[in-house]
Design a protein around this ligand. Sequence first.
Ligand code: ATP
Ligand code: MG
Ligand code: FE
Length: 333
Amino acid sequence: FITLGIESSCDETSASVVAEGRNALSNVIASQIKVHQVFGGVVPEIASRHHLDNINTVIDSALKEADVTLDEVDLIGVTHGPGLVGALLIGLATAKAMAYARKKPLVGVHHIQGHISANYLEHKDLKPPFLALVVSGGHTNIVDVEGYNQYRVLGRTRDDAAGEAFDKVARVLGLGYPGGPLIDEAAKKGNPHAVEFKRVYLEKDSLDFSFSGIKTGVLNYLNTQKLKGELVSVEDIAASFQLAVMEVIVNKTIMAAVNLKKDRIVMAGGVAANSLLRGMLKEACDKKGLGLYHPSPILCTDNAAMIACAAYYKYQAGIEDDFYLDAYPNLAL
Ligand code: ATP
Ligand code: MG
Ligand code: FE
């Protein structure tokens, strides 16, 4: 059973061919990082135009690399939200056109269901139920995954997402874009206890997050140091910021797993590639006897293989969309 996945929710144009829902035969990703780097972030209108320029080539390459013809495709899965609406529409219109012209079933996928599904591609025996930690550019969610298509969001960010906080702090530190991987690297050379940034836990037992305070904390610290004429080490601040954020994420995730009696934690989203987060969560899981899963870095950030996988499990459950399928920038999980 061959699924063609299409993803265009942000600044990656991606297409992938996946066999039996779990075996990625190709996963072509055209990143626009270089295009948006000069602006220090993704410019929506420019992103849409680049998706339009790239989408057909990316799909052709994905089919060619997988050695599969369009005739052999059994299902088309496409991200229809959340994301930038103009960007989403390029992938969605393409998927609908192909499904209509070739009479193929069409399934719209929630981008975050895709991120979680990335784990199924690499951990062949992994099945729900489990607890998922989704940490990406736009989301910080603790999710009770009860089945392939059953999700209960237990905690979410009340302001900035984890990845967003990394990107913004990287910008004020002058590290560049996207900030996550750059902070990850810089922090390796810094002292994580140089600055004690405040850890924000919100109400007792809350599984929600708030990262806007620490972002301001970093900015205030930088300004104060500048006024005092003191030299600040970017590596030390990066390391201190990273530790403060990850401590909260790890503690809340472990608390959720213990309270809900989940024996496995599954990481997803771009920030799941972070080396400190992976290390800290692994140590905490080992202590509690919990299993820990994460995708390799290339499947943590946006890609279409994860979308094809999620579409496959929706279709298996009898879910199919018609041509009224629309793009939703704030689609709920
Ligand atoms: P969403 O999935 O919520 O819609 P998105 O698609 O923009 O948002 P992803 O592609 O999942 O987000 O991830 C991108 C984010 O991951 C960026 O914010 C980036 O800085 C962050 N990121 C990537 N690698 C790392 C890393 N090693 N450490 C920390 N953050 C990272
Ligand atoms: Mg991206
Ligand atoms: Fe994403």
